[in-house]
Design a protein around this ligand. Structure first.
Ligand SMILES: *Cc1c(COP(=O)(O)O)cnc(C)c1O
Length: 358
């Protein structure tokens, strides 16, 4: 069977050369005589993988020294809780910008720990946030940089004064330039744009972490402990981290994140152009905040949507159905989706609107 164009929102398409490299190293990692999956996380070859992976990420994201980079398990969802526990005391106020499904989940998880409140609550748009909207005594402001389900993206940072800013960039990391210095914490689950499922990366400003973290917070959920142990308090997700390292190398080979952002902008524009000149397709996200990573749109009814998905499938394109609660079509066009895949989708949209059926 041939590889298809996979528009899955996550786990998502990885660059082919990354998969090929992993395949070459799978049984016998050079110099180790065994697979990365089989080596001790305390062994020299794995330590080297870990060091190199972190160094490359620091380089491609331009991460300042005063920020720790930690690799955690539990996905981005665990970060919802970990972020709250490391930045807020129990019962303290925390501002959450809710602009979609995952930001709502982040709000709900934070609410278990602190007094989270919705500073904005929207679905298809990203409103401006100004300092006067932040209530006194707020421990942090949490935003979701790219809203994976509705396909919106922050273009302008909130004005947050001295309140620490936390960004969930799970579906945008490495696909768009994130100025780490603007944040006190940036985190991302790997499986959208950075590697396979099983690991999340947190980039945290050391001096912004609470000094007196509640003693009930488990060791694994403390950024400081993870930082001091080099993300090896316990066995880390070794193979997932190794795969992320290959993706980081690939990003560097492509010319870096700024270069990929240009390509992703071009890719998304190809689809938005079709949507904007169409009578059939309707964009879900507001124009001024449309994502360059997830392009969402609707067709007039379920039957037409189904017919479109079938035609796309026949042309070798899969996983285009929108998020369960949003519906319609969602094309996730992360770094791993080549321009040809997007061209193929744009052509399919044009042909489908003209009435072709395959
Ligand atoms: C997918 C996603 C999550 C959830 O990630 P898990 O790793 O499955 O926990 C959180 N936030 C955003 C923005 C996402 O796209």
């Amino acid at each position: 069977m041939e590889r298809v164009f996979n528009f899955s929102a996550g786990p998502a398409a990885l660059p082919l050369s990354v998969l090929e490299q992993a395949q070459r190293d799978l049984i016998c990692y050079p110099g180790a005589g065994c697979s990365v999956m089989e080596m001790s996380h305390r062994s020299r070859p794995f330590e080297e993988i870990m060091e190199k992976t972190e160094e490359t990420l620091r380089r491609i994201m331009n991460i300042p020294d005063e920020y720790a980079v930690v690799f955690c398990q539990g996905g981005a969802t665990m970060q919802f809780s970990m972020a709250a526990m490391n930045f807020a005391r129990q019962g303290q106020k925390a501002a959450h910008a809710v602009n979609g499904v995952f930001s709502k989940k982040a709000f709900e998880e934070a609410s278990r720990w602190c007094d989270a409140y919705k500073i904005v609550d929207t679905k298809t748009t990203v409103p401006e946030i100004t300092e006067d909207m932040i209530l006194p005594g707020t421990a942090y402001l949490h935003i979701t940089g790219n809203n994976t389900t509705s396909g919106t993206m922050y273009r302008k940072l909130p004005e947050h004064g001295s309140t620490p800013l936390i960004g969930d960039w799970t579906s945008g990391i490495l696909g768009t330039v994130i100025n780490v210095k603007d944040y006190d914490l940036v985190y991302a689950g790997a499986q959208k744009n950075m590697g396979p499922a099983g690991v999340a990366v947190a980039i945290v400003k050391r001096s912004s972490i609470l000094k007196d973290i509640d003693p009930v917070v488990p060791s694994l959920l403390r950024y400081e402990t993870m930082d001091k142990t080099g993300s090896m308090l316990n066995t880390p997700p070794t193979f997932a981290i190794y795969m992320c390292g290959l993706v980081y190398d690939w990003v560097e080979q492509q010319g870096g994140v700024a270069e990929l952002e240009k390509i992703n902008t071009k890719k998304s524009q190809m689809l938005y152009d079709v949507i904007d000149s169409s009578k059939l397709y309707k964009g879900i996200a507001d124009k001024d905040c449309r994502s360059i990573m997830n392009v969402t749109f609707t067709l007039p009814d379920d039957e037409t949507t189904k017919a479109f998905l079938e035609m796309a499938k026949k042309r070798g394109m899969i996983s285009l159905a929108g998020y369960r609660s949003v519906g319609g079509i969602r094309a996730s066009i992360y770094n791993g989706m080549p321009v040809e895949g997007v061209e193929c989708l744009a052509q399919c949209m044009v042909d489908f609107e003209k009435g072709y059926r395959e």
